[in-house]
Structures are given as structure tokens and as C-alpha cells.
Ligand binder design. Structure first.
Ligand code: ZN
Length: 184
């Protein structure tokens, strides 16, 4: 699991490390590989991990929605669970309304597409996420709601593998290596 683009991770592994075993359970600071299917209330598939390309996340670091993270606590490698996650523990309830803003407020040449998340700056120097829901020649429609806000999420999740996170991954709050972040 050591990756060349993360200097220092070899030491971290030795310091932190005990080898993962098949009897391990998901707890804080485990790096977990999941295959998942997400359905809505009607049983329609909304999202699904691609075959051979499972989701990698660091447990306890809010990499995934809180309701799913909670229900994965204590689950072992190879196990499959169904987890129903209400909006409050998923992408939140719907708040506010979509609005059309002039196209020129976005950087010239920015490639905009429906479904993209963009960050707007507020007066206090904070950042407010918006989701693009429509684009025309002159305007862009932005919605403060995540596309899945207000939805109850029905997950079916298989824990494909898990291992101890390195000290560096814990510090960064996300996993490294294949399927993880590659920003080093
Ligand atoms: Zn990192």
C-alpha cells in the first residue's frame, strides 16, 4: 500500500502499523474499499460503483455521508449491508430555491455543465457551494441544494477490503494509493 508519491508514508506505516487481518471490523481510521449501489425510494438506481473500481474512503473522516458512515461502523470485510439514510444524515433537506444568474459571472472559458458543483464567495470570505442545474447562452441556473438533497438514500454496500490508515492519511483526512487521492 505504500505509494511513491507520498514520502514518509513508509515510516508512518511502520510506526502505526499492525497488519490488517480478515477479522478486522470498520472503525475510525480504517481505509475501507466499498462496492455500492444507491437507489431512491422507488428502487431506481441513482449511483453505483463501477465494476473493478470500488470507492475508497477513510472511516471517521466524513468522506462519505454521515448516515452511511454510522451504519458501516463495526462491519467486517466481505460483509454486505443495506443502509437506509434519511436526508438529515445524507445530503440534507432541501433549502432555498434555484436561481438564474448571468453567464458572465463565471470565468470566461470555464467549462460549465449541469451537475457541476461551483463555489460562490460570501461577504464573510466563506464559500457557498452551488450546483449547476441548467445552462443557456446568457444564464446559468444554480441551485443551493445538492442534487440528492431531500432524498432518502437506499444503499447496498459490500466491504471489499479494509486496512489501517497510515498516520499521513489520518492527518490528511483521506486515503492515498490506488483509488485514493493523488495530490502529492
Ligand atoms: Zn493526502
Amino acid at each position: 500500500f505504500l505509494s511513491e508519491h507520498c514520502p514518509g508514508s513508509a515510516e508512518a506505516e511502520l510506526w502505526h502499523g499492525r497488519p490488517s487481518t480478515m477479522s478486522d471490523k470498520i472503525t475510525a481510521n480504517k481505509v475501507v474499499t466499498l462496492a455500492y449501489t444507491l437507489r431512491d425510494d422507488d428502487g431506481e438506481i441513482i449511483d453505483k460503483s463501477a465494476d473493478g473500481s470500488p470507492l475508497l474512503y477513510l472511516h471517521g473522516a466524513m468522506n462519505i455521508v454521515p448516515g452511511l458512515e454510522e451504519q458501516l461502523e463495526g462491519i467486517g470485510q466481505g460483509e454486505t449491508i443495506k443502509a437506509t439514510v434519511p436526508p438529515e444524515k445524507g445530503y440534507g433537506p432541501r433549502v432555498g430555491e434555484a436561481q438564474e444568474v448571468p453567464r458572465h459571472l463565471f470565468p470566461a472559458g470555464a467549462e460549465l455543465a449541469a451537475g457541476m458543483q461551483v463555489l460562490a464567495h460570501d461577504d464573510q470570505g466563506g464559500q457557498i457551494p452551488f450546483f449547476i442545474t441548467g445552462i443557456s447562452e446568457e444564464t446559468v441556473t444554480v441551485d443551493p441544494n445538492h442534487p440528492l438533497a431531500g432524498e432518502t438514500l437506499h444503499f447496498e454496500v459490500t466491504v471489499e477490503s479494509l486496512r489501517d490508515a497510515t498516520a499521513e492519511e489520518i492527518e490528511h483526512g483521506h486515503p492515498h494509493g490506488p483509488g485514493g487521492h493523488h495530490h502529492h
